[in-house]
Design a protein around this ligand. Sequence first.
Ligand code: KIV
Ligand code: ZN
Length: 516
Amino acid sequence: MPEEKVIIFDTTLRDGEQSPGAALSINEKLEIAQQLAKLGVDIIEAGFPVSSPAQFEATRLIAEQVKGPTIAGLARANTKDIEAAANALAAAKKRRIHTFIATSPIHMKNKLKKTPVEVLKMAVEAVRFAKTFTNDVEFSPEDACRSEMPFLIEILTAVVEAGATTLNIPDTVGYILPYEYGQIIAKLKSDVRGIEKCIISTHCHNDLGMAVANSLAGVRNGARQVECAVNGLGERAGNAALEEVVMAIHTRANFLGARTGINTKEIYRTSQMVSRLTGFVVQPNKAIVGANAFAHESGVHVDGMLKDRTTYEIMTPETIGLGGSRMVLGRHTGRHGFIDRCKHLGFTLSKEETETTYQKFLEIADKKKEVFDEDIAAIINDEIHVVEHLYELEHLRVIIDTGTAPTAEVSIKSKGKSKSASAEGDGPVDAVYEAIRKATGHSPQLESYAIRAVTGGKEALGEATVKIIEKDCTYLGRGVSTDIIEASAKAYVDAINRMMSKKKDKGQGKRIADSV
Ligand code: KIV
Ligand code: ZN
């Protein structure tokens, strides 16, 4: 099937921002809009200008500063709303007024308290008035999917005559199922007079989890614009998720006979930005942009992925701007996955070494949800490269007093003798490390330092991991304690012990040292 362009109309900043708790500042909206332009969306619905001064200002700024996409503003079918939208959009190079009025019996009778004849008149007048500001006018019959088909056809025919250029068919309450939605679009496409001059658009809410499926059913039946929001933000259960719609079209272009102009490599970055600025965390198993969307843990899956990634991936993580797939090492990981990760980290192990470390890995994987690269390096260091403990942390005291630099005192035992030293630092860990350097007489450069909780609760164990460098060799050290400063000190001493051990035993140490 030849692929036709589907316009991506992003409503993250309008419908998305209507999500309870997702309020964005004007500057944050501008930042997102700039990123949406990089993503390559065709239209940004920047806001509902009449609804508040902040909405007006955000729309105005976006219209003035964001180049590339058409900027749209929402307006009810009345002159005040349309004027506000027109004023807010005035600076945009390409602008669209999106006007709407409800057409379902429930909304007309109970909310608007208007007859269908009155609603039709308001819709036509609104479109005509909007046309005096811009040629690009979109009309939405709100709650279209619970409207009566003959009335829907009548009102859409009338607004097309009045000059509407895009006809949007909202499933406002997320009620419809994909097959039905496809039928509605097909029926309107065939029965609304003049519709061939217009773009048919979808706007689906996710109350039954059907927003993306409904939007695609619309595309299959002739819709050439999809309204969607990043991370599926929107009223109640949200709108169709932009990233899912785009990647479905990208992955199944042949079946849908459609393509988009989206730069898919910007998808992940955009999702992260929207999540950070709205404070709406992306669920790990969220399609396309969730942390687990390209993660594999089970032995069978990892094995398949290592042989050919298309066994378990229908699209590559690189397409959405990620660095690569994530092979999660955990208790479901098989030998193949484990060996591959060791190789990837630079370790070449004999058969026996592999067996010993794999068994140790399984023990740890039973206790921890996820085993990280640092854990594997530490297992190999512990099991294969037995380190002589030249230095031992005997005593540690840290004094932190508001207004003065932290001070640390350490006592290090080596070959039966104790040596004490004290030092100040920018922070407590810095002070401890300086004191250890003085006590041991070694000053390797600290390359990285990380701390994380390995168990939960008040008595959580903290695990510190440090990497030190000396003469182009890297050494990893780990320390565990309920006190994170003590864990940090132990990790540093451990790394120095590994460095000394390697100096003593060059052959074995090099392999381990180079690989972390
Ligand atoms: O869901 C809806 O009906 C809307 C319209 C304003 C398009 O958001
Ligand atoms: Zn909506």
